[in-house]
Design a protein around this ligand. Sequence first.
Ligand code: B12
Ligand code: SF4
Length: 524
Amino acid sequence: MRILLYNPDNGVTRNFMPHLWMFLLQSLTPPGHEVLLIDGNAQPLDEAGIAQYVRDQNIALVGIGAMTRMIAKAYRMADAVRAVGVPVVMGGPHVTEMADEALGRAGGARHADAVALGEADETWPRIVEDAAHGTLQEIYAPVDEFGQERKPSLQSYPLIPWDKINLDQFNLVPKMATRALQRVGEGWGTFRIIPMESGRGCPYGCEFCTVTGFFGDSIRFRTNESVVNELLLLKAQARSERGQMAVFFIDDNFAINVKRTKSLLRDIIAAGAQVNWVAQISANLLRDEELIDLIAASGGKWIFIGMESIDPANLAAVNKGFNKPGEYAVVLERLALRNVYAITSFIFGMDNDTTGVAERTLQEIRTWPPGLPIFGLLTPLPATPLYKRLEAAGRLTRPKHWQEFIPFEMAHTPSKMTIAEAHAEVKYGWASSYSPEAMAQAVESLRDKPLGYRINIFIARMCFRGIYFPLMGPWAWTKLIFQNRRTIFSLVRAGFAAWRDSPVATAPGAARVPPPLPTDVTGL
Ligand code: B12
Ligand code: SF4
């Protein structure tokens, strides 16, 4: 049987990284079936396109996974597939919470023939076999023989054959530059960010988060050996194509068990399996200096920190009182000392927020080492404690906000400001943090660091800006480059100065050698 796994795009931004679930389920598919993957972020498709593809490729089962914000598109694509007579199974965080909606039991249209609830590692092989025999059930739940919910162990994690998967659609280097860049430094013909999990689960239960409900508070880890082997495979693959590979450890809280994280990082270092990596770690777990040393030594470059707010009252209200705004600066300084930087995520529209919250937050941010601040709005995702609280209080203005997804738009009324004011705060946060002046300031604040770090922060900022101000075409990029021409010029000038003073430039025949790209240019 030929199976298509499809992840819709969100219609706003392009994801820089493929979705792990597709590769994982592909690896867990029983033998005898062929699995094709389409990530809508890399290969955009519309309803007619997917219907045509399914017919042309003789697909017998389509699996669709989506977060809440992509679910409306996911349903439209599922409808198009079902209209050509091919069954659809859906999975992921949204349909796990809203299975009746997907199955048409909540008063609306039916979009899926079957729904996989929760983690599908153990149910997927059964789904495939049932589909092959024409006996697809409506609901697949991960339960044991007593009907109790069962969380898959990650101890026997499958090998994802990254070296055999065609990853062309996820190469971030433009095709036309591949040949030339293969010859630069260690090779930059390809650059991919690969999602990898080392563990699952987070017990903290922040009010707005789906994770504790979905993955449960049972924390599970892969073996160190399995993670290290996957890193070695990726490293070898990058070397063989004269390209670069970075890893995003998508664990919800990569250091949730600090002892285990340290042991993993030590094993990575011992095996020489370092690649540049990014991971999500909550600020309270970054108090440990030894952990930060190991992060830096094992290739860690960016740490995503869910700071959410600089107001302790806000944090307490969403059950995230373990975040201590007073220690944010110290944590960031400690990371920066080891040349590790932070993606700092903030939420506006929280119950204690008043107008001016963006500027107050920015005043703090400006005192920190440069990083990548991102701003969002408090969003009641289905089945979260936040959703239930707002629903009970009658504060949801768009209770089914996912049916008509509008980016950066609230679905409930904040307590101390209007919805429009909250939107204006987010806009202000992005515009001020990613203006040409702010970019120049971030680069300038690293003047004592090697050039690679300055280029790194600049490129990362240009890309992150695209989350709020989508950079969808060459014109948008040209305009952005023009606006930031002074910073770009200063970096190019510094690059040539460094090259001119280097021993390479003064060696005989040096004029024919292109300046090497500074190592760590992407930082990722
Ligand atoms: C990595 C990640 C991202 C990446 C992007 C995704 C990517 N390319 O991987 C980045 C950092 C960009 C990101 C951004 C956002 N994310 Co995010 N992200 C994650 C994270 C941490 C890991 C996802 C993952 O790969 N998990 C591991 C895999 C194995 O698990 P999984 O995807 O759930 O798949 C399993 C099952 O769900 C099931 N399954 C999934 N799909 C399918 C399909 C079929 C057919 C079947 C049978 C089974 C199945 O089987 C899999 C194996 O068990 C999750 C949290 C989490 N732990 O999952 C949040 C999470 C998915 N993100 C979330 C959110 C809210 C966002 C943002 C909206 C945040 C924001 N405010 O900006 C943005 C939006 C991004 C966008 N594209 O629009 C929420 C989604 C909640 C929801 N109800 O939709 C999550 C759950 C975190 C949370 N705090 O609640 N995210
Ligand atoms: S710490 Fe992060 S993953 Fe854990 S519950 Fe809170 S927001 Fe979710």
